[in-house]
Design a protein around this ligand. Structure first.
Ligand code: ADP
Length: 182
């Protein structure tokens, strides 16, 4: 049986906590798997409970967290798997390191203003961070370096989840990384 050749790629979603990275990643995963593509999803919250559960949120630990994830994304993407990653990953230099080490890397800025993500406060973390209960919290007491030239830019304060996911799918199709649907 001849298998259809698939290209490996990495969709790297970066953005503030609550911006919508995980939500969009789940929709994207479902859509692409539904098309019969080999897809793996790596999510910050999940990885931090397993592969990197020994790490905290200092700059050094954040870098190590992304380094380990990059190692996995590298192995998968070079073996023709599409990898969807959702990590706050606040530092541009670190995101550039991931780009350099993986195959067909696309930086996707999942963008929503701080006041919007604070109002959403899905995980109740902003309230705690403002109360000083969580140190090094991105957007509050730690920096977020917004991508200046992302490959993909979605605005979750202005788009629906489906619209943001579609923008990413359109980009993958236009680059020939996934086949278009007839
Ligand atoms: P992150 O992974 O970036 O921390 P989550 O995906 O966990 O963010 O949470 C984002 C929250 O924002 C969810 O509750 C989601 O339903 C909500 N939301 C509202 N509008 C959007 C949108 N257009 N895209 C993504 N999420 C949205």
């Amino acid at each position: 049986m001849q298998e259809t050749k698939q290209q490996g790629f990495v969709v790297w979603m970066t953005g503030l906590s609550g911006a919508g990275k995980t939500t969009i990643a789940l929709v994207l995963e479902q859509e692409l798997k539904g098309r019969g593509l080999r897809i793996e999803r790596l999510d910050g919250d999940v990885v931090r409970e397993s592969l990197t559960r020994d790490l905290g949120f200092s700059k050094e630990d954040r870098d190590k967290n992304i380094e380990r994830v990059t190692f996995v994304a590298k192995l998968l993407s070079r073996n023709e798997v599409g990898v969807i990653c959702s990590f706050i990953s606040p530092y541009q230099a670190v995101r550039d390191m991931v780009r350099a080490q993986t195959t067909n890397f696309l930086e996707a800025f999942v963008d929503a203003p701080l006041d919007v993500v604070m109002a959403r406060d899905v995980k109740g973390l902003y309230q705690k961070a403002i109360a000083g209960e969580i140190p090094n919290f991105t957007g509050i007491s730690d920096p977020f370096e917004a991508p200046l030239t992302p490959d993909i830019h979605v605005r979750t304060d202005q788009e629906s989840v489906a619209e943001s996911a579609q923008i990413i799918i359109d980009k993958l199709e236009s680059l020939g990384l996934i086949p278009g649907v007839a």
